[in-house]
Structures are given as structure tokens and as C-alpha cells.
Unconditional design. Structure first.
Length: 134
């Protein structure tokens, strides 16, 4: 598996990619995506209060939506896909678990294992798209 470190892209190509993404990519959420995030929020809010963990707020969920839109934009998509939501939920959940006491984090991690995505290198798709653009 190659990583971004082993395959360099020029600064000019990266700059053009970012300009293109900013100018032409404006991913939108569908109703299905919102339902998935809403269900995650309800689950994590309920479970964190049961085990005595730090509560999660609405701002965290807004962050999930922004991160999923950013992930879709990185991949130059018009719509946020389920895997974009999964990636954003995974990032939030990992961060959230790190902010908990160890015992609470262990309990929550077991309950939220289905939300934690274990993929190979997520930068592979980005690298592939950048190569195509260059």
C-alpha cells in the first residue's frame, strides 16, 4: 500500500486541486444522511448519560455534518455519501472517546463499535483522484 508520503504531488497540482474543489464542489446532504446523523446523536447522547460520561452537544453534530461535507468535497462529489458520514462520525467518536475517563471510554467504545469504521488508508482515493487531475 502506497501512502501520500511515498508518492509526492507537486504544490502546483495541489493548489489547482484545492482551487477547483472550492470553486466547483458544493456537496449537499440528503434526508437519509440527516437521519443517520440524528440516530447517532440520539444513541451517543443516551449512552454517555447512562455510563456517566461527558455529554455531547448539538455543536458536535453540526461538526459531523461539516466534516462529512468536507470529506465529500475532498473527493469532488456533489452529494454527501454514506461513507462521508461514516468517516465524520468515526473522527468525532474517536475524539469523544479520548475525552472520557478510561473506564467510561472503554464502555462507550464497546457500544459504538458499529460506528467506528476500520478502513485501509483513506488517502488512497484522494491520491488516485489527484493523479487523474495531474
Amino acid at each position: 500500500m502506497a501512502s501520500l508520503e511515498s508518492e509526492q504531488i507537486s504544490q502546483d497540482a495541489l493548489r489547482k486541486y484545492i482551487i477547483y474543489a472550492r470553486r466547483y464542489c458544493h456537496p449537499r446532504l440528503s434526508e437519509i444522511d440527516k437521519e443517520k446523523v440524528t440516530q447517532f446523536y440520539a444513541d451517543i447522547r443516551r449512552e454517555s448519560s447512562v455510563v456517566g460520561g461527558i455529554a455531547i452537544g448539538v455543536r458536535h453534530i453540526e461538526s459531523v455534518l461539516r466534516m462529512s461535507e468536507a470529506h465529500a468535497k475532498m473527493h469532488l462529489r456533489d452529494y454527501v455519501r454514506s461513507d462521508d458520514i461514516d468517516q465524520a462520525i468515526d473522527m468525532l467518536l474517536e475524539s469523544f472517546l479520548q475525552s472520557q475517563k478510561v473506564s467510561v471510554a472503554r464502555q462507550l467504545k464497546k457500544k459504538f463499535e458499529p460506528y467506528l469504521s476500520r478502513r485501509s488508508d483513506p488517502n488512497q482515493l484522494l491520491l488516485h483522484i489527484l493523479k487523474q487531475l495531474v
